[in-house]
Design a protein. Structure first.
Lengths: 228, 455
């Protein structure tokens, strides 16, 4: 069971984060000040830290910097009211692993935590990703479902790769947009849904067990077994 | 308005011209007075001389008169004196006047007349002349030629003409020179005002160091603009604050609904309602996010994030991101790009603007229509055209659609919040590019001019 440290000065936000993470069966600790958070992060053996970017008395950025200087590479999800791209760049440059803007939907936060935890496991050295009978050859950039070679466009291939690397995880539309396309604005339309639909038509042919699933109200997931 | 009519309308020019006319009149009056005085003085002197001569001759005995007159004529080297002694019957006795001119009363008073004196001048000679009868009955004519005075008068007339016209001419030149400065100031002010009218409320009128009338006026207008800007930002700030403040409770509301949704399990009726509630809250949150996004972009005064951008790449990315949306509606999407100069900008923001424009184009184009993107190198920089075969935008709505929340009548049935083009405008303004909506008959053409523009 993963241990997560929540560094957040606002009690209500902290409560939301703790509740949501607890409901995903994580062991959650809460530190309400920067100093306490840094002390616990330095000693405790956490799998992940969610960190408020702006804390009274101590800047979130300096906590990450301090951790990284001490060679503690616990993944850090930065949460901030500052949405500007520059702020995001600063947060990631200081050593944060992901950046979320307040206010956020808790399931989005949980999905990001899951992906960050997954990323911690060393990426497989294999040059192939496999989910059920779907296989992506990272070197040849070729995708096969069973015996059939799928003809994917470059964007579709990147999308599928990201979903396969995080198979079983819920991936929100924002996460897909940020990770696959690298943009941080709100596309304002259902672009992501349309891209997924197109990919789905190629990957999940009729009368095949579907691999790409819609998670209602949250996003998408790619997995062999999925129960609503 | 032509430059000459502009110059002639300035206050400085009119004042200068008025002054020079007035001055020219004064010069004429002054010269006239001088002439009048001089003429009077010259006549007085001539008359005095004539009176003295008369006295001199009157004192002489009659028989000595012819000799004395001959001597006087001989003495007069300049030939300005006229003498004539005539018998009572008018017969010439001596002197350089050999005929008694008619029309002059013989009463000893001085008259100014034009005489024919062949041995002095061929044409008529202006002269002051007196004739009087001596006690012995002879007639004595004494005269003095005033040709000089007439010549002096002619000289004066020429001086009037030259002096007056030179004064007026100099006045004109000075008027033009003096009014060119205020005119160039006015032109500067006009340029700034045009930019302000186009929405750049941060511009201020130039205020010089001389504190003249224009400077005072500019300072007053600037203070007024400060106040307007403050009020505008207050209003906008109030809107942004509402959006900002409502976002947190809305997010919490969504969290609660989400918890309810999680705990309901399989209770289909309630679950549908909760799902709907979440969708509604999401759409509200999306609207607030878009609003805040606009002010975020608008407040980006600095352009620190700007890099050299290759526009073909930007268009490529935007089109590849959005083309599935077009395919869903069987809309043919095409792109033509030329080699263009690189521009300075924020790539991600430009993609965001393109996505919004293309999304609109697709939304308002019926199935089987087309959307074309083209990139050309114009004289002044790259130019992007996005043309669709959709329903078009009425001319009357072309400015309105750029405003926040404005939605065309045609648009109300479609999903959206009317914030897309407002975001586009904010991005275009940040880059200082130009933007134009035009009719593509049928359909709409959006043009982005990628060079410094004032919007």
């Amino acid at each position: 069971m993963a241990r997560i440290l929540v560094i957040e000065d606002d009690a209500i936000t902290a409560q939301e984060i703790v509740n949501e993470l607890a409901s995903h069966d994580f062991e959650v600790e809460w530190a309400s000040t920067g100093n306490e958070g840094l002390a616990r992060a330095l000693t405790g053996n956490h799998d992940l830290i969610t960190l408020d970017r702006m804390l009274p008395a101590m800047n979130g950025l300096s906590i990450v910097t301090a951790l990284r200087e001490k060679k503690i590479d616990t993944p850090v999800l930065m949460i901030s009211a500052l949405s500007d791209v520059d702020e995001r760049v600063d947060g990631l440059r200081a050593g944060g692993d992901d950046y979320m803007v307040k206010p956020f939907a808790p399931e989005e936060m949980a999905a990001r935590v899951e992906v960050l935890l997954r990323r911690r496991n060393p990426p497989s050295r294999e040059h192939k990703l496999r989910v059920s009978d779907l296989e992506l050859d990272l070197v040849a950039r070729q995708v096969m479902r069973g015996e059939k070679v799928l003809d994917l466009l470059p964007t579709e291939l990147r999308l599928l790769e990201y979903m396969m690397r995080n198979s079983g995880q819920i991936l929100t539309r924002t996460m897909l947009f940020e990770s696959v396309w690298g943009y941080h604005f709100d596309p304002g339309t259902n672009i992501i849904d349309v891209h997924i639909a197109r990919l789905r038509r190629k990957v999940d042919a009729p009368n095949m067990p579907p691999l790409i699933h819609t998670v209602r109200g949250s996003g998408y997931t790619l997995s062999e077994h999925f129960s609503k | 308005m032509s430059i000459s009519s502009k110059v002639s309308r300035t206050v400085v020019f009119r004042l200068t011209l008025f002054y020079s006319l007035f001055f020219a009149l004064c010069v004429v009056l002054l010269l006239g007075f001088v002439y009048w005085q001089t003429a009077r003085e010259m006549n007085r002197r001539v008359d005095q001389i004539l009176t003295l001569e008369k006295r001199h001759f009157a004192a002489l005995p009659t028989d000595r008169l012819p000799d004395e007159i001959d001597r006087s004529v001989a003495r007069d080297q300049r030939h300005v004196y006229l003498y004539g002694l005539f018998a009572p019957d008018g017969h010439w006795i001596s002197g350089n006047m050999q005929q008694l001119p008619g029309g002059i009363p013989m009463n000893g008073r001085i008259y100014q007349v034009d005489l024919l004196v062949p041995h002095i001048q061929e044409d008529l000679l202006p002269a002051r002349v007196m004739i009087y009868r001596l006690a012995s009955g002879e007639l004595l004519l004494l005269g003095h030629d005033v040709k000089q005075l007439i010549e002096f008068g002619d000289l004066m007339k020429i001086t009037f003409a030259w002096g007056g016209s030179l004064t007026i001419l100099l006045g004109l030149v000075f008027g033009i020179v003096l009014s060119s400065h205020p005119l160039s100031r006015i032109e500067q002010i006009q340029k700034v005002c045009e930019r302000i009218m186009l929405g750049d409320i941060r511009q201020r009128l130039p205020v010089g160091k001389r504190s003249d009338e224009l400077d005072m006026l500019a300072a007053i207008v600037n203070r007024m603009l400060d106040e307007i800007e403050r009020l505008m930002s207050e209003i906008k700030g109030a809107g942004d604050n509402i959006a900002h403040d409502l976002r947190t409770p809305l997010t919490r509301l969504r969290v609660l609904l989400y918890r309810v949704q999680q705990q309901l399990g399989e209770a289909p009726a309630q679950r549908v309602m909760v799902d709907q509630a979440i969708t509604e809250v999401d759409s509200l949150l999306l609207r607030f996010r878009a609003l805040l996004r606009i002010s975020e972009i608008e407040n980006k005064q600095r352009r620190a994030g700007f890099k050299t951008i290759r526009l073909p790449d930007i268009l490529e990315q935007a089109v590849s991101l959005i083309s599935p949306l077009a395919e869903e509606k069987s809309i043919r999407m095409s792109m033509k790009t030329e080699v263009v100069n690189p521009v300075h900008g924020d790539g991600e923001l430009l993609v965001e603007a393109m996505i919004n424009i293309l999304d609109n184009a697709i939304k308002f184009t019926p199935a089987e229509g087309r959307v074309e993107v083209s990139l050309k190198q114009d004289d002044r920089g790259p130019r992007i055209d996005i043309t669709d075969s959709g329903i078009g935008i009425k001319e009357s709505e072309r400015v309105l659609v750029l405003n926040r929340f404005y939605r065309s009548e045609n648009d109300l049935k479609l999903p959206g919040y009317g914030l897309g083009l407002a975001i586009v405008m904010a991005i275009i303004k940040l880059h200082g590019f130009g933007f134009e909506l035009s009719d593509a008959g049928p359909g709409t053409r959006v043009t982005i001019f990628c060079w410094p523009h004032s919007i």
